[in-house]
Design a protein around this ligand. Structure first.
Ligand code: AMP
Length: 299
């Protein structure tokens, strides 16, 4: 009996699109709803929270593990990106998903592959500017995964705020029949947002990286205390970040959470987004400021 059909080997692991489709079709025949959690592996508690959400809401949960080459720039860390399949499999088993899809690069991008998604306008700024071509690769691989699995619901983390905006816009613009669920950012107790790239950080770099989440917390506190001027908030955030000599800020911005257009005044819920290099490691983080505005303005 193949791995896919054996109920004793959960999660089953498949590597080809045809095995994936057969497993999902079998689940569909049983009447199961299907959830998809796309990941690049090196799984941590942030990924686990997405898998848990899917497992709770859907009858059959697929976790994809694929380090997608098309979303990495030529100078980026594609080849050294951590690949920890045995630990990933154990984590997925513990949380309780049903299927791991771990395709080879050649399965996703066979010879002759040449069709890409032109990402939406929200991809143009911030990460899109720092990482040219990144969201083209993200949108393309996410669309492929959605077509391969055809899930009812797909789960993404708010940690990658702009990615969420890109995916949601693409789903709307291309009439994809899937619900997108965004899960909150999981952090270490000291505030550091969990990331597969955190394992690159030395102890000192990790300590210095805490200024990022600290600056975001400060921004939230300032808004909660009544500060509305975006520039004032940005200056205060930069001051916090500047206290860590190893942290080189790439950008920090206060933006509209849907359009990602920069705001000059925080008069409704606003996203603070930042990217920085800490030692050789690039980290991103974000926080939603003044989420209570919505509650206040709702009659
Ligand atoms: P990645 O493996 O980095 O591509 O991430 C796969 C998914 O996990 C994406 O939707 C990420 O936004 C999400 N994710 C990564 N880190 C976290 C975190 N700390 N909290 C919540 N979700 C996360």
């Amino acid at each position: 009996m193949s791995d896919v059909l054996s109920s004793s080997a959960r999660p089953a692991v498949v590597t080809t699109i045809s095995e994936l489709r057969a497993a999902v079709a079998a689940a569909r025949r049983r009447g199961a709803t299907v959830g998809l959690v796309p990941t690049m592996g090196a799984l941590h508690a942030g990924h686990a929270s997405l898998i848990q959400a899917a497992h709770q809401e859907c009858d059959f949960t697929v976790v994809s593990i694929f380090v997608n080459p098309t979303q990495f720039g030529p100078q980026e860390d594609f080849t050294r990106y951590p690949r920890t399949f045995d630990a990933d499999r154990a984590l997925v088993a513990e949380v309780g998903a049903d299927l791991i899809f771990v395709p080879a690069v050649e399965a996703m991008y066979p010879a002759g592959f040449s069709t890409y998604v032109e990402p939406p306008a929200v991809a143009a700024t911030l990460e899109g500017q720092s990482r040219p071509g990144h969201f083209r690769g993200v949108a393309t691989v996410v669309l492929k995964l959605l077509n391969q699995v055809r899930p009812d619901i797909a789960y993404f983390g708010r940690k990658d705020f702009q990615q969420c905006a890109v995916v949601r816009r693409m789903v709307r613009d291309l009439d994809l029949d899937v619900r997108i669920v965004i899960c909150p950012t999981v952090r270490e107790a000291d505030g550091l947002a969990l990331s597969s790239r955190n394992r690159y950080l030395s102890a000192d770099a990790r300590r210095q990286a805490l200024v990022l989440s600290r600056s975001l917390r400060l921004a939230a506190e300032l808004v909660d205390a009544g500060e509305r001027d975006a520039n004032t908030i940005l200056v205060r955030m930069r001051e916090v970040i500047a206290t860590a000599p190893e942290v080189r800020l790439e950008y920090v911005a206060l933006v509209d959470p849907d359009t990602l257009a920069e705001v000059s005044e925080v008069s409704r819920p606003t996203a603070a987004l930042l990217a920085a290099r800490v030692g050789g490691t690039r980290l991103i983080d974000n926080e939603l400021l003044g989420s209570w505005f919505e509650a206040v303005s709702t009659p």
